[in-house]
Design a protein. Structure first.
Length: 285
């Protein structure tokens, strides 16, 4: 099985003390007067593209977003995307592993989780300028590498993520109950990590020290969906990722997802998408 192509942070220009954990680049210099055209792939790191000026197309997990001025794209590890970015675009591309940033505290972990699960942000020129100033500061610290620069960078990243969430019209409605929202975030993180091996509500409830009834009540309150619906949606998403980003046979995709009975997987996929796996691949590639 091929597996979905996974890209790693480019270490060629990274400072030794940061290893492969963090990188930020100036978009205009990165493009060097040429269009960037990327095929469908996934990352093992967080990816934040902030465009002061931009043109192109960006598809993230099969949702197409406009590439325009004053926009931010945030992708968390495991998502698939393909990008066409036109020459002349300006801004910053920041890539980092979670361990670089989230070693701070639990609150930082939660903030990163919330921020990165919104893939597209669109701002006014004034609002974007505030974000751009923070990214410029991070870029300068990264380049100059003065004493304790990593601490300054992480502090600026925290403020950046707070600012992304403020007055953001693209954010999905979130529960006003802090406990419900925190439990939901924990569940979604577990789902991302364990979907290949675990597909039952009771398994995730056990990981969270909740009863299946309690976990179901949380997803209903926060998302208006049962826990089973959320799990099934994620299975279908991962199946789509594999079908469009690899040339693996349907039986190989099914096995990767943990289904030994390929016929059951095909029926499961068709029931929820209206297409067989092969027809989906043919129609949407």
């Amino acid at each position: 099985m091929e597996g979905i192509p996974v890209r790693h942070i480019n270490t060629a220009e990274i400072a030794p003390e940061l290893s492969d954990s963090f990188h930020i680049r100036d978009v205009e210099g990165m493009l060097a007067g040429k269009d960037m055209i990327q095929e469908l792939h996934r990352h093992d790191f967080f990816y934040l593209l902030a465009l002061k000026k931009g043109q192109g197309t960006h598809e993230i997990d099969f949702t197409s977003y406009p590439v325009g001025d004053h926009s931010v794209f945030f992708i968390h590890p495991g998502q698939v995307h393909q990008l066409v970015l036109k020459a002349g675009s300006t801004g910053f591309l920041m890539q980092f592993h979670g361990a670089f940033y989230t070693s701070r505290d639990k609150a930082s972990n939660k903030l990163l989780c919330k921020t990165s699960h919104i893939n597209h942000y669109q701002f006014s020129a004034a609002k974007f300028q505030k974000l751009f100033a923070l990214l410029t500061s991070i870029f300068q610290e990264y380049t100059a590498k003065q004493e304790r620069h990593q601490e300054v960078m992480k502090a600026s990243m925290y403020i950046l993520f707070v600012e992304l969430l403020r007055d953001n019209n693209n954010a999905a409605p979130r529960s006003n109950n802090l406990y419900v929202q925190e439990r939901l975030d924990d569940f979604l993180s577990l789902l991302e990590a364990h979907i290949f091996e675990h597909k039952q509500v009771a398994e995730y409830a056990g990981m969270l020290n909740l009863s299946p009834y309690q976990l179901n009540a949380i997803t209903k309150a926060a998302l208006g969906k049962t826990c089973s619906e959320v799990i099934n949606e994620h299975i279908i998403l991962e199946a789509k990722r594999s079908l469009l980003a690899t040339s693996d046979q349907v039986n190989q995709v099914a096995w990767r997802l943990g289904y030994e009975d390929v016929s059951y997987f095909i029926r499961f996929f068709k029931k929820r998408t209206g297409h067989s796996p092969e027809a989906f691949r043919h129609n949407f590639r």
